[in-house]
Design a protein around this ligand. Structure first.
Ligand SMILES: Nc1nc2c(c(=O)[nH]1)N[C@H]1C(S)=C(S)[C@@H](COP(=O)(O)OP(=O)(O)OC[C@H]3O[C@@H](n4cnc5c(=O)[nH]c(N)nc54)[C@H](O)[C@@H]3O)O[C@H]1N2
Ligand SMILES: Nc1nc2c(c(=O)[nH]1)N[C@H]1C(S)=C(S)[C@@H](COP(=O)(O)OP(=O)(O)OC[C@H]3O[C@@H](n4cnc5c(=O)[nH]c(N)nc54)[C@H](O)[C@@H]3O)O[C@H]1N2
Ligand code: SF4
Ligand SMILES: [Mo]
Length: 800
């Protein structure tokens, strides 16, 4: 049965089994643990997707939204940034389980009205989990929290804009305002947003990219002259070797599994490099194919269970072997690169004991992987947060680039570098100028187009913004989507910084922690989601987005909006600009607001590669932005060549009794939006405050499955950051490594623990110890909102 017929037949069967929205916060005494013998996707995925969709949206909205999802004339999935197949090659149901969940979460019929805010004080809401907050429904009208008030109350749009303009005018400098962007914002909205911020006078445009692929951008810009990946979906299909490193596609980019499957049927081999044996890479059932429902495919031919942070050493060792075997593309090296002879010398002295200590792998395992590189005429290397969120992430990505350059794997079919982006339009937002360090030529083009002089000084990135708020250097915070407080590191420091602001504003679809940890005054501006019809200016508007492979296309929502009071992001930005900058502004804000085609005309003149933008996005499937290394093997670096770099090898040593902790996503969340409490592929049910530990480590520590521990992070500032009462789970991974979920563990990440050169928070190698919680007679352990009470497992088999 296809996913489509599932969709058509599902209503009758699933209507009654739809999941109820929980009324209370998480009761982690209900955590269940079961075997991880699950395949990714398959029937269960279809059923879960349909249940969630129908449960939240109802039958009619489910059909009219999901069948338009990722279609040429439909709307772009709000989930991840994975690209769509070419127009003629799309399935009728071109989405995955988590795409369906993303749509359902946005298009839910549950609404959050003024009575809700009258009933629940902010103090009450601040005791709730992200899960609870997100499940309360769509925000339907603008709300304000007046200075000193205990509850949010309704406010008109005009008054909301006037309030913001008042705060912005009272600042001593435009640099005291911070304008954050999450990665769902459309290109049109992103373009007018950065335009407003720069017309106002600052480059303070931090974004979620600062926490996501900033390290990739830094490394790729330096080495190949452009911060984006160099492959198309077709390259993945044609590759002969695909390396998936530091990424969990079965959960976070599920349609990637279909692409891997196609590659495999074309003869590709696949290597997974990951401390965990993630479902999908190990077993996969494609619900799009009838046979896939019964036959599981082992996608990965080789799995290297690398120790956390071991990838720099691993790729350097692979490079060393390729040089030793002379398995390098000499013509490519001579014509297009610099740095090879230094590199060859550097890796000739490779210290294998360091490689083994850092990777936790044997020389044989590393050699096997290197062999696969050497034998492959065309290799694609894909990576995500398991690579970018380390202190040495930029250097690690440069090692990945080195290996690609050695093999001539850039600018040839079936080969390339593939940083797999997170949010659906995070890459597009950057293209449109959401960047605190946007290049000068972009600012020049803005000046020429709009006739004002944009500020030139770099703005704050995410960590810089938190520091500025903490230190009183910034007073106003605006979030264009996202959940800054929930997503940022060092929860205590970030929350204190936020509370220091005079005004916090969030343009949001759903409630989250950032609304309840607020500045002196706070606004919530409810916004149309991508699944909804946008009739701004009295006409049906469409927007455009860019996927992870630089393909730009249009998106138009099919559903009636959750409320008549919702506005589009474009509308909100342009109206705010009118209220703040007034009619004297050289930018025609009302014109841009009322016809997005006008915005696209400006994009065409300002943004590189976007000439004739509006016409090109009209083509079915849109168009692909230029990428000089991919298109012509042109490298726009200072030397005009791709740069091979030599990095000294350091092992991240961890003191005895200490562990490296990674924070990761479950199968049932989108970043800080918690869809549900199950991590099906890892066998966890009903709770999130869990820590995955190697079974031998657990035994040595004297803990048993189900014990509660406090996680304590140790940092050079001497501050011990703690999260309490996490349930331990034995789990198959290298010794010394542990894992917990984001955002529950964010409190452990020190604010100044960031990656060199990219300043990206180190979310994936946090030094922690596991403490037995102090006995608290008479009281249940745990923090007030998420107290797990007496955690137990009803199914006490181990997870390995
Ligand atoms: N359903 C769903 N989809 C999503 C998201 C979501 O939350 N839910 N988030 C979106 C966003 S914004 C992003 S950025 C992406 C994130 O996509 P991913 O990067 O896949 O997300 P994480 O859960 O952070 O997973 C990191 C993976 O890297 C591995 N890893 C951790 N540390 C290391 C290491 O040192 N070395 C190696 N080799 N592996 C390591 C982990 O075991 C895990 O498999 O997903 C996007 N898509
Ligand atoms: N510990 C740890 N922390 C991490 C990470 C990690 O791996 N580990 N990953 C980091 C990464 S990769 C990222 S990208 C960041 C994510 O950080 P953010 O992008 O800031 O966080 P999200 O959870 O994606 O934001 C969710 C909120 O966005 C709003 N929203 C949803 N849809 C829309 C929309 O269409 N328009 C608008 N305006 N608002 C909308 C909703 O109100 C929702 O509550 O987190 C980072 N934080
Ligand atoms: S793979 Fe990503 S973009 Fe595609 S349907 Fe799934 S969540 Fe949406
Ligand atoms: Mo991300």
């Amino acid at each position: 049965m296809t996913l489509l017929s599932q969709l058509r037949d599902a209503p009758a069967r699933l209507r009654n089994s739809a999941r109820q929205v929980p009324e209370h916060d998480i009761d982690e005494s209900q955590v269940e643990v079961e075997s991880t013998a699950h395949s990714a996707a398959g029937m269960t995925a279809v059923t879960v997707a349909m249940r969630r969709a129908i449960g939240q949206m109802g039958v009619r909205r489910t059909a009219s939204s999901l069948l338009r999802l990722n279609q040429v004339d439909g709307f772009d999935c709000q989930g991840c940034a994975w690209p769509d197949p070419a127009p003629g090659h799309r399935h009728t149901a071109e989405f995955c389980e988590n795409g369906a969940k993303a749509v359902a979460e946005e298009a839910t019929q549950q609404l959050l009205d003024r009575e809700f805010f009258a009933t629940h004080s902010v103090a009450d809401l601040s005791e709730r989990t992200e899960f609870w907050l997100g499940k309360q429904g769509r925000i339907v009208e603008p709300m304000v929290l007046r200075p000193g008030a205990s509850h949010y109350e309704p406010i008109s749009w005009d008054d909301a804009f006037a309030t913001m303009a008042g705060h912005l005018h009272r600042l001593e400098s435009p640099d005291e305002a911070i304008f954050y962007t999450s990665g769902k914002t459309s290109n049109e909205a992103a373009f007018v947003y950065q335009l407003f911020v720069r017309a106002f006078g600052t480059n303070n445009l931090p974004d979620c990219s600062n926490m996501c692929h900033e390290s990739s951008g830094a490394a790729l810009n330096e080495t190949i002259g452009i911060g984006k990946g160099s492959v198309s979906l077709e390259d993945i299909h044609q590759a002969k070797l695909i390396v998936v490193v530091g990424q969990n596609p079965g959960t976070n980019h599920p349609r990637m599994l279909s692409a891997l499957e196609e590659a495999k049927s074309n003869g590709a081999r696949i290597v997974a490099i990951n401390p965990l044996k993630e479902a999908g890479l190990v077993r996969f059932k494609n619900p799009q194919h009838a046979k896939g429902l019964t036959v599981g495919t082992a996608l990965a031919d080789l799995h290297l269970p690398v120790r956390l942070n071991g990838d720099l050493a691993l790729f350097q060792a692979i490079g060393a072997l390729l040089v030793e075997w002379d398995a390098v593309d000499h013509d490519f090296l001579a014509e297009f690169t610099t740095g090879f002879s230094d590199y060859a010398q550097h890796v000739a002295e490779l210290d294998w004991s360091k490689v083994e200590a850092s990777t936790g792998l044997t020389r044989e395992q590393v050699t096997e992987a290197a062999r696969m590189f050497a034998e492959s005429p065309a290799t694609v290397t894909c990576w995500a947060m398991g690579i970018t969120q380390h202190h040495n992430a930029v250097a690690t990505i440069k090692e990945i680039v080195n290996v690609a350059l050695l093999r001539g794997d850039i600018g040839k079919p079936g080969a390339g570098l593939c940083p797999v982006r997170g949010h659906s339009n995070v890459q597009g937002d950057r293209t449109m100028g959401i960047w605190e360090r946007v290049p000068e030529h972009f600012l020049d083009a803005l000046r020429d187009e709009f006739g004002f002089e944009p500020p030139r000084e770099h703005g704050y990135d995410t960590v810089g913004a938190i520091t500025a708020l903490r230190d009183g250097k910034a007073r106003v915070f605006m979030g264009m989507g996202g959940n800054f407080v929930g997503a940022a590191p060092d929860t205590a420091a970030t929350e204190a910084a936020m509370r220091n602001a005079a005004l916090t504003v969030h343009v949001s679809t759903k409630l989250n922690r950032s609304h309840v940890v607020h500045g002196g005054e706070a606004l919530i501006l409810p916004v149309l989601g991508r699944s909804e019809k946008d009739r701004t200016g009295g006409r049906v508007q469409r927007v455009t987005v860019e996927d992870s492979m630089s393909a730009v296309h249009a998106s138009q929502g099919p559903l009636e909006p959750a409320s008549e009071h919702l506005r589009s992001e474009v509308d909100i930005v342009c109206s705010l600009a009118l209220a703040t900058l007034g009619a004297a502004s050289p930018v025609p804000w009302a014109t841009l607001r009322d016809d997005y085609t006008e915005i696209r005309r400006r994009i065409a003149r300002v943004v590189p590669g976007c000439a004739s933008y509006d016409d090109k996005v009209d083509q079915p499937g849109g168009f692909v932005l230029p990428h000089p290394p991919r298109d012509n093997r042109v490298f726009e670096t200072p030397s005009g060549r791709a740069v091979i770099t030599s990095t000294p090898l350091e092992v991240l040593d961890v003191a005895k009794g200490r562990f490296l902790l990674q924070t990761m996503r479950s199968h049932d969340q989108f970043n800080t939006t918690i869809y549900g409490l199950d991590d099906r592929y890892r066998g966890v049910k009903g709770g999130r405050r869990v820590v995955f530990v190697n079974a031998d480590d657990l035994r040595d520590l004297g803990f048993v499955d189900g014990d509660l521990v406090d996680l304590v992070s140790e940092w050079r500032d001497g501050v011990e950051r703690v999260v309490r009462s996490f349930r331990v789970l034995p789990y198959d991974q290298p010794r010394g490594c542990v894992a917990a979920y984001y955002p529950e563990a964010n409190a452990l990440v020190p604010l100044d623990s960031t990656a060199e050169k990219s300043n990206q928070p180190v979310y994936k190698s946090i030094v922690v110890r596991l403490d037995r919680p102090p006995a608290q007679p008479g009281s249940a352990p745990g923090s007030p909102d998420q107290g797990p009470g007496s955690l137990r497992t009803d199914h006490p088999h181990h997870l390995s």
